[in-house]
Ligand binder design. Sequence first.
Ligand code: ATP
Length: 363
Amino acid sequence: MKNASTSVAITLKQVQKTFSDGTLALKPLDLHIEKGEILVLLGPSGCGKTTTLRLIAGLEFCDQGGQILFGERDVTNVAIEQRRVGMVFQSYALFPNMNVSENIAYGLRVRGESKELKEKKVQEMLELFDLEPYAHRGIDQLSGGQRQRVALARAIITEPEVLLLDEPLSALDALLKKRLRTDINALLKRLGITAVYVTHDQEEAMAMGDRIAILDRGEIAQIGTAEEVYLSPKSEFVANFIGQMNHFDGLLNGQALSFRSNFIPLPETLYSTYKEGERIRCMTRPEDVRLTSFEDATLKGAVSHSVFLGDRTRVLVSVEGVKELVHVDCFERKRYSKGDRVGLVIPPLCLVLLPNLGSEEVV
Ligand code: ATP
């Protein structure tokens, strides 16, 4: 396989999509995906993930004024057959009347390649995807994971310039999903394939993507590595969509956030961008909050609920002046019961601050 040399970068310039019924599915979008990069499109249902993928594939065309480039080649008005894309869907879309080898060979057959080339390439694919023992089996005699591997093999045998995957694992069980996403990632990296991968599963997005683009109502809310979007979300939407967040609403009071009689100390890097007395929302992840003794803490609360999750215990704490319960992940084997009085410690560097644009009372 020589995919590394056939793969290209993808550039979208001001790509917008309005469907014939007037639905604006995608607002003008600028996006550059490097050659060999895996970009994940993540977002809630209806945010425009599949539309973006279909535009890149050539299954849909963007509104006037938008431009899609594969490398230097302008493919904006080029039909799917001339775009050299490989596609993998959730439904596999395999041909039930063909066996595994025939399914894999399909793209080469359509191109009219020689029997020798087809056999050689199919053999390469069977080996690459551990499908040799199933070469002559019918599709209905395969497991979900094997079918998905056939679908991948069929998509990359033609050495596409870009590979587009739309929720390829969503029909599989959780364990198989985890194994396959690691396998697919390793394979794409080894072959250097430029890939766009659609999912609404945040863990899959983090495991799979070099970068993640989080879409919200037809727009990119944030794009970055898994670390960037998880640790430094730029909006409430991103913070809540990727992982879970605790919220503390209050006012900037010196070098701390204050609400009711509570104070959360803030690092200078965060508070210096806000004005004294400004309403701010302070957020932190459950795994960053630590429980401590009630007496020693400045932030105090009572356990409302606790759930043992195997690798950790999720403790919900009710804190004076906090509207919602605070979620805390405890990794030490300690039991908490309803009503236990606890203190909370939040390391200042684990905080994310955003202006509080809501109208809630904070003091
Ligand atoms: P999901 O995760 O549910 O698949 P998605 O993020 O892939 O969602 P899209 O399928 O891209 O979302 O749809 C984006 C928006 O465009 C939605 O509001 C959808 O209803 C609308 N839409 C999609 N296809 C069409 C169409 N052919 N005609 C009109 N509207 C459409």
